[in-house]
Ligand binder design. Structure first.
Ligand code: ADP
Ligand code: MG
Length: 225
């Protein structure tokens, strides 16, 4: 197995949404290695989503730097970073209601070089992989919460990302569906050798990570193995 290396790093990152009057993140440093599984915990408002958004290139820090494989990400590189390296999974799935499961999985591929038929084939393979081949032509309204989150996981994998960022992925699910979704994320992490960062309120979900980072008022309270 190749050696683990640092995939992404936050270096002394602070982030303010109000021109420095207050800080949603305050001098946070964090390294994510290839094939890591990190849990991020902390009360509502502690900065968890802000941290994921900075890792995923949805926003850029007010101070400090975000690095991918040792290179500082420039603002001009954020959309390519997002599209190529990152898969997002959200609490409320964010599937497009008028598209079928296969079409939803193809959404991140629209800017890729794949032809229409290659995209369809890849989406079908990904849905098979998450155990939803038989639901490929269903729309989100016809799927259960657990099934919807599986489609969202297939979509997150569409462009073969190196890092999956999941913000409360089990927050809207009953405990059995939540466990299944976590099992699936872990299986994909192992099979595809992606790193996984999971934000959660749920201790049982957090314990599945190899490391827990606890945020409090925008700072890292502890970072334990
Ligand atoms: P968490 O995900 O842990 O609940 P967030 O990262 O969403 O925390 O929020 C951290 C802090 O930043 C909170 O005080 C929140 O109110 C503030 N915040 C988050 N997003 C925005 C935004 N888009 N505009 C202004 N303030 C925001
Ligand atoms: Mg949040």
């Amino acid at each position: 197995m190749p050696e683990r290396e640092i995939l992404m790093e936050l270096r002394s990152v602070s982030h303010s949404y109000d021109d420095g009057k207050s800080f949603a993140l305050n001098d946070v440093s964090l390294a994510i290695e290839t094939r890591d599984h990190i849990s991020i915990v902390g009360k509502s408002g502690s900065g968890k989503t802000t941290l994921l958004n900075l890792l995923g290139g949805l926003d850029s820090p007010t101070q400090g730097s975000v690095c991918f494989r040792g290179q500082m990400l420039k603002n001009s590189e954020l959309s390519a970073h997002r599209a190529r390296q990152i898969g997002f999974v959200f609490q409320s799935y964010y599937l497009l209601p008028n598209l079928t499961a296969t079409e939803n999985v193809q959404v991140p591929m629209f800017e890729s070089e794949l032809s229409l038929s290659q995209r369809r084939l890849r989406a079908t393979e990904l849905l098979d992989r998450v155990g939803l081949g038989h639901r490929a032509d269903h729309r989100p309204g016809q799927l259960s919460g657990g099934e919807s989150q599986r489609v969202a996981i297939a979509r997150a994998l569409a462009n073969s990302p190196e890092l999956i960022l999941a913000d409360e992925p089990t927050g809207a699910l009953d405990s059995e569906s939540g466990t299944n979704v976590l099992d699936l994320l872990e299986e994909m992490k192992m099979d595809l050798e992606v790193a996984l960062v999971v934000v959660t309120h749920d201790d049982a979900v957090a314990e599945r990570g190899s490391r827990t980072v606890r945020l409090h008022d925008g700072s890292v309270l502890n970072d334990s193995d």
